[in-house]
Ligand binder design. Structure first.
Ligand code: GLC
Length: 456
């Protein structure tokens, strides 16, 4: 009797605190969560990667969606395929650019929505290798990046705007073409092709670290793609591979609904950064990666010169890491195979910052401290990194740090020790650490001056 009353009381308490008694994770969920965290450990450590959108759409030079945006037929699109001849393509050059930027992994479009394959698929002739001296661009990419010690990933579009059995649904270029819609589409046939191509990629190209599927929409989601079977097959060949979450449509889930899936290891916020670290509905951290363009488009665009500054990129990377996230930063090489000069310059600048400050990014994650006025925090073990991003008057106060526990403070990029005090003028209460950085309101080193606070 007493127990029953207690139980009722407990359910009331749980109910009103917003936690329902059923909401504790099942054993199966916990096992999967652990696997996800184990698999993604290296990736969550590495934090910074290169996305590469490269395909025949670079000739049209109006972004990788040109076929859809302008409702171009496959026949009319052919002129871009015929013209595409990336004579300057040298994967080793790309790999060096990524490495110098401090990027630790890279993901290349093996096939984008237009269906044109950058790898030597045996299942189609709609591929670069039928020309281009038979070269397999994907293989060259994999070899060159691995040689630089960079982990490798492949983007594969599960949508296909070229395959005759892929219906004119969603944003298909022929979505408004009534005649096209009358064709017979054999969905099973398309699935066989799509699964077959993924199998080629995970079976015939050595170790692949990441598979980046894109994307699900409406009812074209999850089992419509036979996603479970697909994932099982991928993991059979590549047991440690990390998968993104786009085999299933789950955009817009709130933190109260979000779960870690067995169909994908990380979330993929696109062109934006979550306000807070992403967590599942049980409060566990979820691996995530913001993917971001350097201008406004993924594929090469001749007229988009709206480049983000190196400062904004550094701040963005810090922003992601301060919330336990990764940044996958895109380049869209031109039709000859060159990464645009503007992108190269930005990445070079980011790389020079990373060379001195990478310690505050790699292996780092969020800090329990509230975001300060002057910047952001990242942390790792016994060390707090105070990223001074915005102009500041007076000392840098790392509010919430117990000064008694501090061993020393350093300027990360020079190694110089910095003086600090626990109180300043009216501020005598405990829990403040005022780091003296001189009287200059501007940070002394671009693009982010990192103060390293070491604890005892
Ligand atoms: C979107 C776009 C695609 C791009 C991708 C990158 O899904 O369809 O063009 O490759 O985002 O995240």
């Amino acid at each position: 009797m007493k127990n029953t009353k207690l139980l009722i009381l407990l359910s009331f308490v749980l109910c009103f605190s917003g936690i329902s008694a059923q909401e504790s994770p099942s054993k199966e969920y916990q096992d999967n969560y652990k696997k996800v965290m184990d698999r993604t450990a290296w990736w969550r450590n590495d934090r910074f990667g290169m996305f590469i959108h490269f395909g025949a759409y670079a000739v049209a030079a109006r972004g990788e969606w040109v076929k859809s945006n302008e409702e171009i037929t496959t026949e009319r699109y052919q002129k871009y395929i015929d013209e595409f001849n990336p004579v300057d393509f040298d994967a080793r050059k790309w790999a060096k650019i990524a490495k110098a930027a401090g990027m630790k992994y890279a993901v290349l479009t093996a096939k984008h929505h237009d269906g044109y394959c950058m790898f030597d698929s045996k299942l189609t002739d709609y591929k670069l290798s039928t020309r281009f001296g038979g070269r397999d661009l994907v293989r060259e990419f994999l070899e060159a990046f691995r040689a630089e010690g960079i982990k490798v990933g492949l983007y594969y579009s599960i949508i296909d705007w070229h395959h005759p059995d892929y219906p004119n649904v969603g944003n298909h270029p022929q979505r408004n073409d009534k005649e096209y819609g009358k064709r017979k589409f054999n969905w099973d046939n398309y699935l066989k092709y799509m699964h077959g191509q993924v199998e080629e990629l995970v079976r015939d190209y050595g170790k692949i670290d990441i598979m980046w599927f894109d994307y699900s929409f409406d009812e074209y989601s999850g089992e419509k793609w036979k996603a479970n079977e697909l994932v099982q097959m991928v993991r059979k060949y590549q047991p440690d591979i990390i998968l993104d979450n786009r085999l299933k449509h789950n955009d817009g889930l709130s933190s109260k609904q979000r779960t870690v899936s067995s169909l994908g290891d990380f979330e993929t916020p696109e062109q934006g950064i979550p306000d807070v670290p992403l967590t599942d509905k049980f409060g566990n951290a979820i691996p995530w990666e913001t993917c971001l363009t350097l201008n406004g488009v993924w594929g090469y665009n001749e007229s988009d010169k709206n480049w983000k500054s190196p400062e904004l990129i550094v701040h963005t990377l810090v922003n992601c890491v301060s919330k336990n996230g990764n940044l996958l930063l895109n380049v869209g090489p031109d039709a000859r195979g060159n990464i645009p000069q503007e992108s190269v310059s930005i990445l070079k600048e980011v790389g020079s910052w990373m060379a001195k400050n990478g310690e505050s990014i790699y292996g780092c994650g969020s800090s329990a401290l509230a975001k300060p006025d002057w910047g952001r925090y990242t942390s790792k073990g016994n060390t707090l990194y105070a990223h001074w991003l915005y102009p500041n008057i007076g000392d840098i106060n790392t509010r919430g740090v117990d000064g008694d526990k501090v061993k020393a403070v350093y300027m990360l990029c020079t190694g110089a020790e910095l003086p600090y005090q626990k109180s300043w003028w009216g501020n005598t209460e405990p829990g403040n650490l005022f780091i003296s950085v001189g009287r200059n309101p501007q940070k002394p080193y671009k693009y982010d001056t990192v103060l390293k606070v070491q604890f005892k």
